[in-house]
Ligand binder design. Sequence first.
Ligand code: NAG
Ligand code: NAG
Ligand code: NAG
Ligand code: NAG
Ligand code: NAG
Length: 472
Amino acid sequence: MKGFIAIFIVASISLITYSTFLSNHSGGFPDSPDKNIISFNHDSEFICDETNVSHILFGISGSVKTWNQRRQYSELWWKNEITRGFVWLDEKPATNMTWPEMSPPYKVSEDTSRFKYTSAYGSRSAVRIARIVKESFQLGLENVRWFVMGDDDTVFFVENLVTVLGKYDHNEMYYIGGNSESVEQDVIHSYTMAYGGGGFAISYPLAAELVRVLDGCIDRYASFYGSDQKIGGCMNEIGVPVTKELGFHQVDIRGDPYGLLAAHPVAPLVSLHHLDYVQPVFPGLTRIDSLKKLVQAYKLDPGRTLQHTFCYDPSSKWSLSVSWGYTAQLYPSLITAKDLATAFQTFVTWRSWSRGPFAFNTRLMSPDPCKRPAIYFLDRVHSIGAGQTVTTYKRFWAGPGKECGQEEYGSALPAMYINVTAAELEPDTWKKARRRQCCEIVNGSTAEANGLVQVRIRSCSRWESVTPAYGR
Ligand SMILES: *[C@@H]1O[C@H](CO)[C@@H](O)[C@H](O)[C@H]1NC(C)=O
Ligand SMILES: *[C@@H]1O[C@H](CO)[C@@H](O)[C@H](O)[C@H]1NC(C)=O
Ligand SMILES: *[C@@H]1O[C@H](CO)[C@@H](O)[C@H](O)[C@H]1NC(C)=O
Ligand SMILES: *[C@@H]1O[C@H](CO)[C@@H](O)[C@H](O)[C@H]1NC(C)=O
Ligand SMILES: *[C@@H]1O[C@H](CO)[C@@H](O)[C@H](O)[C@H]1NC(C)=O
């Protein structure tokens, strides 16, 4: 009891200190005297200190000419009463244009004609966009812990973004994001920057430091192509490296994003970008309708979205891979977990449209239909209560001549649907050491199953691994 009271008092003291610091943004810098109390607060896991969506200030780069077409991407995730931030425009919209109700509010960027820009192949707008973080900071809004930058064609998965940022102490200097998928891009632009389209987050104290040096960096790195690269240059001067989080996706690829999305790393999905440049995420749907479908599943279980699970059916010797909320693959043979986890290369690189290399491993999708898995896409999602969901995946038929015959495929062919039951993934799961969950084929590998395979996803038991029953 005494211990409880002591913790409570410390928590109250830190709360007071904490709100003082929030009211004028004076605290939080590495040398701030408040620092120790705040870290203690952090250690005691005082619940009110948790980062939530209100602590994020978004800065979206936009332009008047493209907003009407691009806004569909921002409007997928923006929620006027909940998300905070602005889309930054190059000029004031025409007086006869009513600003769309579902769009984030806009601000017009300051004039940047005094800055140098010498990249031969880029656009001067990079200077304006690099300064969004500074202009956002200078608004002086209250209770901002993180400045999150993104493009007008970035789709953020906000709950997961909050989960990811919540792992880090916003009173320290953090620069969080991801690289390009295409190695050629990382080589040309840099590995040491967070790519702007995938979006990145800068903690308050780091933003304060960045704001101090940014204008100078813009001139010093005048030859750099992109706004994100200029910010990356500045971060090198400050000496804060990018903390890579695997859920930020620049999507610097061309072609079909299927392989990339179906092999998501064990990390929450935070963003997707460049969706106008790749094929729609679901076959037969438009780009935007595809995303709406993915978001349907996302809303039911944000933390599980795209999460991979693998299971074998020992009697029929099938392998099954589920990328939750998106797709499933059924193989009429036992495939190693290492292969199942590797992305099918359904795409090429961003700049040169080459077959690689990528910043992750890929495997070829065989041209022989009998060497490919049967592929299923999300059909329906629903909640069955008690925190459980059922997602249904429907067999995708590639068309005549592109499918394997019944004899070769064996018993996998009749399965038209896969129903996957799972409990909603607790966001706290992502604060612990990461591990892929396990699954089991409950029913369906027999003829009586009427073309339905039933699968259950659950946490792995002790001593459980995705290991074929033979050859231990
Ligand atoms: C911040 O506010 C507190 C009280 O609200 C005050 O004591 C302190 O001097 C302020 N600091 C700055 C840098 O304004
Ligand atoms: C976010 O946290 C703050 C405390 O830092 C709290 O006042 C606020 O109500 C929370 N907002 C939401 C949306 O949970
Ligand atoms: C706004 O006015 C301009 C010319 O002044 C015109 O070209 C444009 O079509 C108008 N837009 C709308 C939405 O009425
Ligand atoms: C499979 O899921 C669909 C809903 O997505 C549901 O209608 C159907 O009853 C489920 N089948 C079984 C056997 O659970
Ligand atoms: C498996 O499917 C069969 C036939 O549809 C059904 O009778 C049986 O109850 C199912 N078993 C489970 C565990 O769902």
